[in-house]
Design a protein around this ligand. Sequence first.
Ligand code: URP
Ligand code: ZN
Ligand code: ZN
Ligand code: ZN
Length: 476
Amino acid sequence: QSFDTVIRNARVATAADEFHSDIGILDGRIAALAVGLPAGQREIDAAGRYVTPGGIDSHVHFDQPTGDGSVMADDFFSGTTSAACGGTTTVIPFACQQKGQTLRAAVEDYHRRADGKPVIDYAFHLIVTDPTPRVLRDELPALINEGYTSFKIYMTYDALKLSDRDILETLSVARREGAMVMVHAENSDCIAWLTERLLAAGHTQPRYHAASRPMLVEREATHRAIALAELVDVPILVVHVSGRESVDQIRQAQNLGLKVYAETCPQYLFLTADALGCDDGFEGAQCICSPPPRDAANQQVIWDGLENGSFAVFSSDHAPFRYHGPDGKRAHGDNAAFNQVANGIPGVETRMALLWSEGVRRGRITPQDFVALTATNAARLYGLYPRKGSIAIGADADLVIWDEGGHIHLDNAMLHHNVDYTPYAGMCLSAWPAITLSRGEVVWDGQPRGAAGRGQFLPCLRPDPARPRRRAAELP
Ligand code: URP
Ligand code: ZN
Ligand code: ZN
Ligand code: ZN
């Protein structure tokens, strides 16, 4: 047996284990894990460096129309290239239904947007914004069957939000069909009321975005989402959790035995509300995202939650808008009010290195936590396991070989997204992926190497964590 590629002398980290091994790759899959494997056509010397599963970024937005004039800067080529250069080998962007559109049309639209472009593998989450009887009865079950086994629902944004009644109907379909539901939890009416008062007082600058969405609005919606899911008896996953009050709600539900999973993102570890501006300048628009970043005490709560298991996933929520030019953050002018600025920040390329550098290398989390949070758990929660998310015989050879101990000053010029800034500019990192392999092919080795269109669409399985709780009385 000869391998296509052998990675020699790897320090393999999985969500469970750590061991020294060679990795034999054949036909894009991991074919052998042992010391002293026979030679491959190609040899890569890992020289004792850490090798982890390629990242799964399960929350990214590529080429998603916003409907308000702002245009996302990354399409499926630049977005996936940026991901690969940062050690991510699978992305799960969204296929977003517009109100009035069928879900099927939304899925077809996003496949057209992706076709021929991705350099790494991709699946889709749906975003359900218009749960008509037809969507609930026919379309959603059919699409779940076809491999779109997770969808996001919104409790805020006029163009996206569902009423509590709609949420209950939608959750019921998820329960019956076995889909994972992601919830954007912020109270829409509270935000609208606060925004109106801030604007009336002349508080239009970017920094007031944070004041318009205090943690109370996130806490209330998180509580309500959990209650609705408890009523329907279905698991949910609360996305982009920003701080203590929401973590408290999630923790309490978990303690009661509910299947409530949570996601957090780099912005809640490495940014605070100060990033939106300490004066009345517009630069803070760069960091407008929702929920907004909080403060140092809340950053610590997020670190604690990553370490103690409150969070299952660490994803980027990459939502790329350019700062300069007329169609990104400034689509409504150079000094647009905060509520006119597109929400979202870029981060698909920096996610892995930020967490390895600041989490693993600073001793806040273990390499095993890192792998679980950046790859394995997402694979399980969204139905991509065991093909993705682990280093195991038969799994896709999606791998990152890490460079450690350097001194990398983060600067937008080193990144490959189509955004003209990074919120993390100036940070010093001590690690970056040296080589990223996707199904055994090098897609990053200091240069992006992935050809457009080599990425494959991944239909997802029904995720086991989406199953309703199995009470003893109901067990077979
Ligand atoms: O501000 C954010 N997070 N924009 C992206 C869309 C979303 O709600 O995740
Ligand atoms: Zn969201
Ligand atoms: Zn998002
Ligand atoms: Zn430095």
